[in-house]
Design a protein around this ligand. Structure first.
Ligand code: IVH
Length: 706
């Protein structure tokens, strides 16, 4: 690359970073995610490392934090600058930092300690000792990196006098009255207070408070906040402190600024203990550790458990514990050398919202979803994300064409949290819910009063059929594993399947001639459908797609009534009287079975030989304990029962189901792929061996084959 080009590239990156800094710190309205911002800084830094002559004193890499200050709040000059932190994004970067630190501590001459900072006194007495220490025994304090806003709170003679934001690191904004409203900020410090103390920490919004705030926003028809940090920033920078007070901000403190008086502190952990003793909130997860392995273990632990907390963290911070060593290490113009932020992989990214489409579920429910420019976030590539319903889209006001923030936290499904309004292209219209089902019938979508969802109510809607059959064949229902999404849509498109009952009347010669089918796939599909006939009746109930009825409700019904016919014949009152069945389920079940079309479906399923009888017949209803005092061992995979279901069926009849065969075993039930030792032991001891049909008989009658 030509010099000019590199210079231009660096200039462009700087301008971009400055603008994002302004948006983040001044306007509280960032247009890119933190991860994307970090990436820009990394690119600039890499360029400057390669071409150091390009570095300008005003480059964002040489400055701390937020850039210009607004005129909204009075400026406050920080006596001790509020520095930012260098970042490590992986293990190698963390280890490299530890090594640099060791090298400096072992040999490099100490840099002149800044005047008056905390620990300066300790540094003077301990510099020689620290400088000669072996690199092995550097102790660290690990802290959570709280995703909030840095704050400096000043006390003079034990009285709260001022609170300021970080601003550009040298000058912040006066938010004294707003911070005063935080419950955790002491107004007075008591007798042990030094003449001057500035505590530094992070103001944040707890997730519970954030959830409640966004609920209130939605109720008021206002746009929800996209994340707790933005909500906290908005709350802190209010002109009226009463508004701040109503937003429930919290605080963790983790550092000192100016200090005049107090005990002679020599380590960070002592400092934190002292701060806690003065009444400041110090995070309980802070740990003293030694060596990079323990730092890494702390980081990995919190990467995994970050969602156990009621506040957001975006990494951990590791700090050299010994204050004398800190003085030796000193700082760059931007960040201390004695601390490092170990950042977690991002859970939020921005991307383009290409479209909003609607999917029709098995009950006809129409769910809007975002079609996104694929983006890697939270460890996966996200191309689609649900938008739940019309009200959610309206509240978030996301429009096709917008830049949107996508979040995937932990195992939670990806979510579009909101639009980057500042980047909205001109002329984007608000999205409106489609009036018609996207299927070929194009029937009206209706939204009943009092409900949040739109529905397609056309009984022949192919999307509904597809959903209903997928659900019927799904693992939680009849588990027809050879019947996947594509196969189902093929059968529907060919007009061979309209309802689940059609699966049992298939013309197999025709199936075999379908595209991408053939003899093997056909026989697999056939076997898989055949096996579904003997699934437990509660699974059939789940598969019927009755609104509100899930696995727990289905099990409760079978336990109470024993078989499908009794459930069908029961009144709402009788159904609702069953343990674990509420009024909503009872009404829904009764209404479903009262529909003649559904009755017809049931009769077709009966004729097809599906199991209508509970394996625990009467067990929940005072039925006979066919296996009282007996022991049945199950080995291998059964078609109609999972291992848990088989054990539950045995226990429901008063029996036991241990993992090994002995002389006292009543019978061994053998499925596909049985354990060889159990089978040979049974033969050796003369214990009866049953197949699945024999097992069913045993459950029902208590009889063994003769
Ligand atoms: S120490 C001189 N400790 O992260 C060291 N910072 O990216 C000052 N932060 O500006 C910072 N949790 O706003 C420190 N436990 C923690 C922190 C923390 C969050 C923030 C802080 C800082 C930013 C740097």
């Amino acid at each position: 690359m030509a010099d000019r080009e590199i210079e231009e590239q660096a200039g462009a990156l700087r301008a971009e970073i400055r603008e994002h800094n302004r948006r983040y710190h001044v306007l509280d309205d960032p247009t890119i995610s933190d991860a994307e911002f970090d990436e820009l800084v990394r690119r600039l830094r890499a360029l400057e490392e390669e071409f150091p002559e390009l570095i300008t004193p005003d480059s964002p890499t040489q400055q701390v934090g937020g850039g210009p200050i607004t005129t909204l709040f009075a400026p406050v000059v920080h006596g001790v600058p509020m520095m930012s932190l260098d970042n490590a994004f992986d293990e190698a970067e963390l280890r490299a930092w530890v090594e640099r630190l060791h090298r400096r501590l072992a040999g490099a001459p100490p840099e002149g300690p800044p005047n008056g900072g905390p620990g300066a006194r300790a540094a003077r007495s301990g510099a020689a000792r620290a400088g000669s220490m072996s690199s092995e025994d550097v102790g660290y304090v690990c802290e959570l990196k709280i995703d909030g806003l840095a704050i400096s709170i000043r006390y003079e003679n034990g009285r709260y006098v001022r609170a300021a934001t970080r601003g550009d690191g040298r000058t912040g904004e006066d938010v004294t009255e707003n911070v005063r409203t935080l419950d955790q900020v002491p107004q007075r410090l008591g007798k042990a207070a030094p003449a001057v103390i500035e505590v530094r920490g992070e103001v944040y919004m707890a997730l519970s408070a954030f959830g409640a705030l966004n609920e209130r926003q939605l109720e008021a028809g206002a746009r929800p906040f996209v994340n707790p940090r933005n909500a906290a920033a908005g709350a802190l920078r209010q002109k009226d402190p009463k508004v701040t007070a109503s937003r429930e901000l919290s605080l963790w403190t983790y550092q000192l600024g100016e200090l005049d008086g107090g005990p002679g502190l020599s380590s960070h952990h002592e400092t934190l203990e002292w701060m806690a003793g003065l009444g400041f909130p110090v995070n309980p997860e802070i740990r003293r550790v030694s060596g990079p392995d323990e730092v890494l273990a702390y980081g990995l632990h919190w990467q995994e458990h970050r969602h156990d907390l009621d506040y957001e963290i975006d990494g951990v911070v590791v700090k050299v514990d010994d204050l004398a060593r800190r003085e030796l290490l000193g700082s760059t113009s931007k960040a201390p050398r004695w601390a490092l932020a170990y950042k977690f992989p991002p859970e939020e990214r921005t991307t383009r919202l290409n479209d909003i489409l609607v999917s029709i579920g098995r009950t006809g429910r129409a769910t809007p979803y975002a079609v996104l420019e694929p983006v890697f976030v939270g460890g996966v590539t996200v191309g689609q994300a649900t938008l739940h319903n019309e009200d959610q889209v309206k509240a978030k006001d996301v429009r096709p064409g917008d830049r949107v923030i996508v979040r995937r936290a932990g195992d939670v499904i990806p979510e579009v949290v909101g639009a980057v309004i500042a980047e909205r292209p001109e002329g984007l219209e608000p999205w409106t819910f489609p009036t018609h089902c996207p299927c070929s019938i194009r029937s009206h979508l209706v939204r009943t009063e009092g409900e949040a969802e739109h529905r397609c109510i056309h009984p022949e809607c192919p999307y509904q059929r597809q959903g209903a059959i997928e659900h019927f064949a799904g693992r939680g229902a009849l588990d027809i594993d050879a019947l996947g999404t594509k196969r189902i849509s093929q059968l529907i498109a060919e007009g061979m399947v309209q309802s689940v009952a059609d699966l049992y009347d298939l013309d197999w010669d025709r199936v075999e001639k379908l595209e991408r089918m053939g003899a093997l796939s056909t026989s697999n599909l056939r076997a898989s459908i055949d096996a579904s006939r003997s699934r437990p009746v509660e699974r059939l109930l789940v598969g019927l797609n009755i609104r509100h009825l899930g696995p727990a409700g289905a099990e409760a019904l079978v336990a109470a009534f024993g078989d499908l016919d009794r459930i069908m014949g029961a009144s709402v009152e009788e159904l609702a009287a069953a343990d674990g069945v509420g009024q909503v389920i009872a009404e829904s079940v009764q209404a479903w079975f009262a529909d003649p079309a559904n009755r017809e479906l049931i009769e077709r399923l009966r004729a097809a030989g599906l199991n209508f009888v509970g394996s625990a017949t009467g067990a929940g209803n005072g039925g006979t304990k066919t296996l009282a005092g007996r022991t049945v061992v199950v080995t291998g995979t059964l078609e109609g029962f999972s291992r848990e279901e088989a054990e539950a069926a045995i226990k429901a009849r008063g029996g036991k189901s241990p993992g090994s065969v002995s002389g006292r075993t009543t019978a061994v039930v053998v499925g596909e792929g049985p354990g060889a030792s159990k089978l040979s032991k049974a033969e050796e001891l003369g214990v009866p061996v049953l197949d699945e049909a024999g097992f069913r008989r045993l459950l029902e009658t208590g009889e063994l084959p003769t």
